[in-house]
Write a protein that binds this ligand. Structure first.
Ligand code: ZN
Length: 702
């Protein structure tokens, strides 16, 4: 790891933030240097601080601790990512015997400089008690490889030298803060402190010194580890399993099955689904096929901070049988064992500690799968990626730790304290649960106006949306609008052709690898031609059938194995047309193919009810896009329609508005709202048709 502190870059930061003291700007700079190194901290792990003087509202000078806000990612931290607390008061807490979680939180809240600021890091007191202007803290992988050992203390001392103090593991908060400052006072020449099974703190009077010390000692740890593992075999391959042939298909099958098996009823009675992220670097695949694999899964986390993301242990799936039912059985069995052990761990700890806690869900977050690598679960796509990254680092670190000695994780008792610590739980946030939270929606024709409107409403309702289309640049445009409006992780795209069954199958496999599976399928891609039968070229008719009818069939058919493996039901909402009930002359290719799509959807409703999958149809009429995303359909047929009715674009819009009962324009978001209604299972409906057309008597379903 390189010391990348650069004078010019540091100056840039000071100039970039003219409204804050330069020492604070430098704090932001070196915090980001630390955050951008994944071997030091991962996603919100670690914390940094600076102590400054500032005038309060009555003009008195106060000492302030600027400390990273809880859960903030150091890599992209801004001034607002820090909290500021009255340092003089915090120091007095050293004289307090003990502090309950609630007291600690209250004291932090009432001594913040601004009420609106973030909750200060759970390690604030430690930063406050140390006298140094700058304190940096990381959970560096290489340091943990040294500490999580039978003789961790000796190894750390040997590797890092005499200027580093080593403390046994103590729970973060007041007790650890007291231990650390006493240790420092015993020997004020030390430059850093390592807490066994937790991480390392470095400190100094200026930002560069504290950062440089962190780099120096982490590098020493790395050198020691590299020398220790040189020439050693980290993994021995299992010989009893053939390597996977079609990795993407297997990943999809396992991800869908795991996702289904871990979906469970939440306290409010709704079905809680996970998203899944996959990792298959060659090292992980090798680890998954090694004799060490099960042991890697059985041993606990590198640092307790990780437990809220990954749980303490992982699940090992030792083979992938050909048959889906056999695969499901293996997965179900392993999850059952995991749940039982989690349950036992919880009850045992509660009993021993004589505390009352509400048990968290007992489902695993990490699966190591023979031949595939690892799968991570989380309630948001972001959570899954965090868990996957942590697990990837964990597996590598455990293998290295075993090569230089023996990996020894923390006792369950310490893990429990961290997992069920109210301050730690806050990092995960109390997310209110939108109605489609946890679901993945696949929309064909995703680059057009209706696809856009449907995606917009589904994301707003909590789903993650996958837009599919053949029009790459339009697709990217829709994606970027939605990503800007919501967040990047809420919208994915995939190029696929509904007329090609295999293309759809591949798309479903890929989506399952990225997100775990699919819950809502919206066959929406459509094309139209304006021509009377006499003039309609057979080839154009074929094309309409291929996209509108065969496309719908392909998407429905390809979804069936996915729904079966997940076993959690789902929704198909076919975007049909007002023309199915009320066709128009010169619109034969469109009306006939849409009628076919409508009919095949009804058949799907009959056949898929036993899977818990509901299939419903929406019949929109005359949905125009807007300037941002135009309707591809109306781009195609609009000019002909205008010509035949002698109207301009606005006139055509008015014409359609005035022909319905409610005299209203139909927007793509109206169609989207109807999709959300069906997809959210608010009423037991399948095989139904819902017109979204402003009211056209001739198109009333009957
Ligand atoms: Zn820590």
């Amino acid at each position: 790891m390189e010391n990348v502190f650069n004078e010019n870059a540091a100056k840039d930061f000071v100039e970039r933030y003219p409204d804050i003291p330069y020492e604070f700007a430098l704090r932001i700079y070196t915090s980001r240097l630390i955050g951008s190194e994944p071997d030091l901290v991962l996603h919100g792990g670690g914390n940094t601080s600076v102590k400054l003087k500032a005038k309060n509202i009555v003009g008195e000078e106060e000492e302030i601790l600027y400390i990273k806000g809880s859960g903030v990612d150091l890599a992209s931290i801004e001034p607002e990512g820090f909290s500021a607390v009255d340092l003089t008061f915090l120091r007095k807490l050293r004289n307090v015997e003990s502090l309950s979680d609630e007291e600690m939180e209250t004291q932090m809240q009432i001594h913040k400089l601004e009420l609106s600021w973030l909750n200060p890091s759970v390690e604030s007191l430690l930063h406050a008690f140390l006298p140094h202007k700058y304190v940096d803290h990381t959970h560096a992988d290489n340091v943990l490889v040294l500490t999580n050992q039978k003789h961790g203390e000796d190894i750390v001392k040997k590797a890092l030298g005499s200027k580093v103090a080593v403390l046994p593991y103590t729970m973060s908060g007041l007790p650890l803060a007291k231990e650390v400052v006493s240790q420092y006072e015993k020997d004020t020449t030390i430059e850093a402190i390592v807490i066994l099974n937790h991480g390392i703190f470095s400190f100094g009077e200026d930002a560069e010194t504290s950062y440089a010390r962190m780099v120096k000692y982490v590098n020493r740890a790395e050198t020691f580890v590299q020398e220790g593992i040189r020439g050693k075999i980290l993994m021995t391959p299992r010989v009893d399993i053939p390597p996977c042939r079609e990795i993407s298909v297997s990943v999809a099958r396992v991800a869908q099955s795991v996702r289904g098996a871990c979906a469970h009823q939440a306290n409010d009675g709704s079905l809680r689904r996970f998203y899944v992220a996959t990792r298959n670097t060659s090292d992980l695949v090798k680890a998954s096929l090694s004799k060490e694999a099960r042991g890697l899964c059985r041993s606990g986390v590198l640092t307790p901070d990780h437990v809220i993301r990954t749980k303490n242990r992982m699940v090992y799936i030792d083979r992938i049988p050909e048959k889906d039912d056999d695969l499901k059985e293996i997965i179900a069995r392993e999850i059952e064992v995991f749940k039982q052990e989690y349950h036992d761990y919880f009850h045992c700890q509660v009993r021993e500690k004589k505390v009352e806690r509400e048990e968290l869900d007992p489902y695993p977050r990490i699966f190591l799968v023979a031949g595939l690598g690892l799968l991570a679960l989380g309630f948001t796509p972001k959570d899954t990626r965090i868990a996957a990254d942590i697990a990837e680092h964990t597996i590598r670190a455990k293998l290295e730790a075993d090569a230089i000695g023996e990996y020894v994780p923390l006792l369950d008792s310490h893990i429990f304290d961290m997992e069920y610590w109210s301050l730690q739980q806050k990092k995960l946030g109390k997310s209110s649960q939108p109605i489609l939270q946890g679901q993945v929606a696949f929309i064909t024709g995703g680059a057009g106006a209706i696809g856009f409107g449907i995606a917009d409403r589904l994301i707003a309702a909590g789903a993650v949306v996958v837009l599919s289309d053949i029009a790459k640049s339009r697709l990217e445009k829709v994606r970027s609008i939605l990503a800007k409006k919501y967040e990047e992780s809420k919208v994915e795209t995939i190029i696929s052709d509904v007329t090609d069954y295999q293309s759809i199958e591949r798309a479903f496999d890929e989506i399952s690898g990225r997100l775990g599976g699919i819950d809502i399928v919206v066959p929406n891609a459509g094309i139209a031609y304006v021509a009377k039968i006499e003039a309609l070229e057979p080839q154009k008719f074929d094309q309409a059938i291929a996209v509108n009818l065969i496309g719908t069939f392909n998407v429905i058919k390809a979804s069936i194995p996915v729904f079966k493996r997940q076993g959690t039901g789902g929704n198909i909402v076919t975007i049909s047309s007002k023309n199915v009930f009320d066709p128009g002359a010169a619109f034969g290719a469109y009306s006939a193919s849409k009628a076919g799509a409508h009919q095949i959807s009804k058949i799907a409703a009959l056949e898929m009810a036993e899977l818990g999958v509901r299939v419903n149809m929406i019949n929109p009429d005359a949905v125009f896009g807007d300037e941002e995303v135009s309707s591809k359909l109306w781009d195609l047929v609009g000019p002909d329609r205008m010509k035949s009715r002698g109207l301009d674009y606005k006139g055509l819009k008015d014409y359609y508005r005035n022909r319905n009962l409610l005299k209203t324009g139909v927007l793509s978001e109206h169609v989207g709202n109807a999709v959300v209604f069906f997809a959210s299972n608010q009423a037991p409906i399948t095989g139904a048709t819902l017109p979204v057309d402003g009211g056209i008597p001739a198109a009333f379903p009957r």
